[in-house]
Write a protein that binds this ligand. Sequence first.
Ligand SMILES: [Zn+2]
Length: 375
Amino acid sequence: MSRPTAMLTAMAALVVGLAAPAAARPQIPGIPKSKPLTELMKRAGQLQDLVITQDEEMKLGASVSERVRERYGVVQDGAVHRYVTLVGTLLVKKSTRPNLPFRFIVLDTDGVNAFAAPGGYIHITRGALGLMSSEAELAGVLAHEISHVTEKHTISAIQKNKLIQIGAEESITKNPELWGKLVDVTSDLVMAGFGRGEELESDRDGLAMADAAGYSPGGLGEFLERLSGRNQNTSGKQGLFASHPEMKERLATLDKEIKARKYASTVVLADRYKANISYTAKPVTEIATVEAGSAGLAGSTAKPAEEPKKKGFGLSTLLKPGGSEKKSAEVTGSAASRGVDTERNAKGGPVKTMVAVKVSPAELDAFRKEGNLKS
Ligand SMILES: [Zn+2]
């Protein structure tokens, strides 16, 4: 159910519920019950959580992306951005929001990570690109992240947990204080990762998107497996990750879904990937990290979105099965050996400017045909 529909249904239920006793009173035909209805709608408005339009969502995403870029920096390479944008745009066309103007941003950090901000801002790190070995793997990860946006997972989490509430007649964009709080909360959520249900949904949607574009849907699972193997030999809590039941469950679910849906696309494009991306992933023990205080984005005190015990399931929290940021300030030694989330706390690059990429329909079509991908 779409949000406006859900809201109207809720409002109608409220109106019906509260108006019931009034029905016993005699009514004069022709006189509309406008006043009580207005009051009821106003009351419903006061109860409602944050409602956000697509324009507001895009504006919010722009501000959150700025925070993410401020933290990690941006790779100043137009060709790399163009390649990631071409793959991402083919996937967006197969998504449920094909007309939302997505942006694909490559972050300048060795940490392996990806962040989806509302409104179509997809961030992927240089480290993640370095760990991938084919375009199908890139497509798998991008499709998963695109789905977090199309399913509005971040905004729903804010609404569900009542992290920001807005009074009746109030406009979030016209209240700078409230807007600032919204940017803080959203940035924290984007950085913290999603709950288990949202991750599984994005895995599922991502598979469908990748397959519809013509990519082998096994790409995401292959990447996740390599990521888990990369951290297998580090001590501390990350060492437990290899046998983390949630990861095993996640990979098994991916395989099951591919079989159940009979996904049969086969394009992998390892050579095209290597021709466009020449990064190599640094071993996790060699990644420079920043200290706890500066690692966070907004530093606000957002409540956990959902199922805090199950955090550590998503891509952005994949390597954080319980390691807390606090430890990096207290303990010396290599970050990985302390069980700190090295990927997330990895140092970022100095330039924060976004690299603008415009892809023409003709260019996109040529890229698709060259790769034998589906139209
Ligand atoms: Zn995710």
